[in-house]
Design a binder for this molecule. Structure first.
Ligand SMILES: [Zn+2]
Ligand SMILES: [Zn+2]
Length: 239
C-alpha cells in the first residue's frame, strides 16, 4: 500500500515523504481525538509522555480546543496534580552536612537539585510524544519502501525524477538506507538534477531583481524562494 501512496505523493508538489508523514500525523491526531480518547492503553501512553510536544499539542487542540482535546488535557492535568500532591523535598541526606556547616537556611544549588530531583523527574516526559513516535514510524516505512522500490521496471525512479525530490532531511534518510552502489548513485543523480534546476530558478530571481531585467516576465522561478526552504528543512507545518 505504501508503494501506491508514494507513487501518488510523488505527483504532488514538494517532498513526497513530508506530504505522507504530514497526512499520517493528521490522521493520527484525528484518531486520538475521535477514537482513542477513552482507550485506556492510549491514555496510558499519553500520560507516560506527559502529553505531546508543543506542535502536536496545538495541533490536537485545533482552533478552539475540541472536546477530545479537553478530555485528554483534563486527564494530563489531573496526573500532574497527583504528582504535585505526592511531591516531597528530599533533604534527608543533606541534613547532617547542613548541621555541620552551622544550620544555614538554604541548600546549595547542587543540594537543592538533589532534593527536588524526584519531583522534576516525575514531571519530565517518560516517553516520546505519541504523535512524533507515530510519525517517525511512518517515515521509516515510507523511506524504506521508496528505496526498496526505486529501481526495476515498475520502480519509483521515473515518478521521483518528475517530482520535486525529497527535502534534505528525508533525502538523508533515504541515502542512509541505500544498500548498494547502483542505488546510491541513481538517488544522488536524480536529486542533483532536481536541486540544480531549483538553484537555476533562484539565480533567475536574483538576476531579475536587477533593475535592468526587472521587466522580464516571471517564469518557472515563481515560488522558488519558498520551495527552497521546504527543500532544505521540510514542508512548512500547517496551522
Ligand atoms: Zn521531506
Ligand atoms: Zn510530537
Amino acid at each position: 500500500m505504501s508503494f501506491y501512496d508514494l507513487r501518488d505523493a510523488l505527483a504532488e508538489p514538494g517532498c513526497a515523504v513530508c506530504h505522507l508523514t504530514r497526512r499520517a500525523s493528521e490522521e493520527f491526531v484525528d484518531s486520538l481525538l475521535w477514537e482513542s480518547v477513552n482507550d485506556p492503553d492510549a491514555r496510558d501512553r499519553i500520560r507516560e509522555a506527559r502529553g505531546f510536544c508543543p506542535s502536536h499539542a496545538w495541533a490536537l487542540a485545533g482552533e478552539s480546543a475540541s472536546l477530545g482535546s479537553v478530555i485528554i488535557s483534563h486527564d494530563l492535568l489531573k496526573n500532574v496534580l497527583r504528582i504535585l500532591e505526592a511531591a516531597k523535598f528530599q533533604e534527608r541526606r543533606w541534613l547532617s552536612l547542613r548541621s555541620l556547616r552551622g544550620n544555614r537556611e538554604s541548600l546549595s544549588a547542587k543540594e537543592a537539585a538533589a532534593a527536588t530531583t524526584r519531583l522534576v523527574t516525575e514531571l519530565t516526559p517518560q516517553a516520546q510524544c505519541p504523535v512524533c513516535a507515530h510519525v517517525q514510524e511512518m517515515e521509516d516505512i515510507y523511506l524504506s519502501n521508496l528505496v526498496e522500490h526505486f529501481l526495476g521496471p515498475d520502480g519509483l525512479m521515473a515518478a521521483y525524477e518528475a517530482s520535486e525530490g525529497l527535502c534534505l532531511p528525508h533525502f538523508r534518510g533515504a541515502m542512509s538506507r541505500a544498500d548498494n552502489k547502483a542505488l546510491f548513485e541513481v538517488l544522488i543523480e536524480a536529486q542533483r538534477r532536481i536541486w540544480e534546476k531549483l538553484a537555476d530558478q533562484l539565480e533567475e530571481i536574483i538576476r531579475k531583481s536587477d533593475y535592468r531585467f526587472r521587466d522580464e516576465a516571471i517564469g518557472q522561478e515563481r515560488g522558488a524562494g519558498l520551495r527552497v526552504i521546504a527543500a532544505l528543512v521540510g514542508a512548512r507545518p500547517r496551522k
